[in-house]
Design a protein around this ligand. Structure first.
Ligand code: G3H
Ligand code: 13P
Ligand code: ZN
Length: 312
């Protein structure tokens, strides 16, 4: 199967009450860990590349690695998606490079400007057979290219979504209902609660329309502990509860973005490996268990959180 867009995946996910995992890729081992789990679990998948990842690996390598995964995993649908595209030019460049889906994230701009820029990206993308994710609302959290303080974050306003989708023609919509970017989210002792009331209001206004959740890592405690037991200094954080993500996936949420959890798995595994094998220096030795742990973590997400195992 060649790279696909998310259209068919989302339709089936919406009707079937599950979500597709959208995992960020930065290098070969991450691509392999994710796609091996998806192939074994027969799950469709979205591999996403951020602007920062593209700058790190350059514009060719990650596309070619994802194309390699398509060859290695012919049984499962794979989409290649630009995560948090910040301009028309970045989106256009990814479309020209063979991405099948792009996100234009103009959520920090005023409503009318968000519509205008999203519309411009949609026109170019649709002319080239590519689908577009847009965003309304602002998640808190810190990543390379996305940095929103708690004061500047705000939930999506359901009263805006119909006008936004009809004026832009976007194919899916990321909304802010209480998730947050990064591995430092939610203090231990608090009870994170997604705003299912907002999700329901949004989906009533947009029946059948695919909704996306960013910032959906759950900060696995075993990996935070592993990092800290081997010289790291990760503060306690508890992430988004997985049962709430499962519930969102049963509703209109068709795409759930997970990046930080994979980073924690990779870092914890490598730190432990170095501690236990101080004389080793071959990157294959420490990247192999890191890749294996990414694979097992992705398997858990597919089966227990997203509900998309067996849906390829
Ligand atoms: O939400 C952003 C993703 O986690 C990508 O992060 O910009 O550090 O590649 P990045
Ligand atoms: P996390 O930082 O929660 O993994 O979110 C990833 C994300 O939203 C990528 O766009
Ligand atoms: Zn995001």
């Amino acid at each position: 199967m060649a790279l696909v867009t998310t259209t068919e995946m989302f339709k089936k996910a919406y009707d079937g009450g599950y979500a597709i995992g959208a995992f960020n890729v930065n290098n070969m081992e991450i691509v392999q860990g994710i796609t091996e789990a998806c192939r074994e679990e027969k799950a469709p998948v979205i591999l996403q590349v951020s602007k920062g990842a593209r700058a790190y690996a350059n514009r060719t390598y990650l596309v070619k690695m994802v194309e390699a995964a398509v060859i290695e995993c012919p049984e499962i649908p794979i989409a290649l998606h630009l995560d948090h595209g910040d301009s028309f030019e970045t989106c256009k460049s990814c479309i020209d490079d063979g991405f099948t889906s792009v996100m234009i994230d103009a959520s920090s701009k005023p409503f009318a400007e968000n519509i205008e820029l999203t519309r411009k990206v949609v026109e170019y993308a649709h002319d080239h057979g590519v689908v577009v994710e847009a965003e309304l609302g602002a998640l808190a959290g810190v990543e390379d290219e996305v940095n929103v303080s708690a004061e500047n974050s705000h939930y999506t306003r359901p009263e805006e979504v119909e006008e936004f989708v009809s004026k832009t023609g976007c194919d899916s919509l990321a909304i802010a209902i209480g998730t947050s970017h990064g591995a430092y989210k939610f203090k231990p002792g608090t009870k994170p609660q997604l705003r299912f009331d907002i999700l329901e209001e949004v989906s009533k206004k947009l029946p059948g329309f695919p909704i996306v959740l960013h910032g959906s890592s759950s900060v696995p405690q075993n990996y935070v502990e592993m990092i800290n037991a081997h010289g790291g200094k990760m503060p306690g954080a508890i992430g988004v509860p997985e049962d709430q993500l499962r519930e969102a996936a049963r509703l209109a949420v068709c795409k759930i973005n997970i990046d930080s959890d994979l980073r924690l798995a990779m870092t914890g595994t490598i730190r432990e490996y170095f501690d236990e094998h101080p004389d080793h220096f071959d990157p294959r030795q420490y990247l192999k268990p890191a890749r294996a742990n990414i694979k097992e973590l992705v398997r858990h997400k597919l089966v227990d959180v997203l509900g998309c195992a067996g849906k390829a």
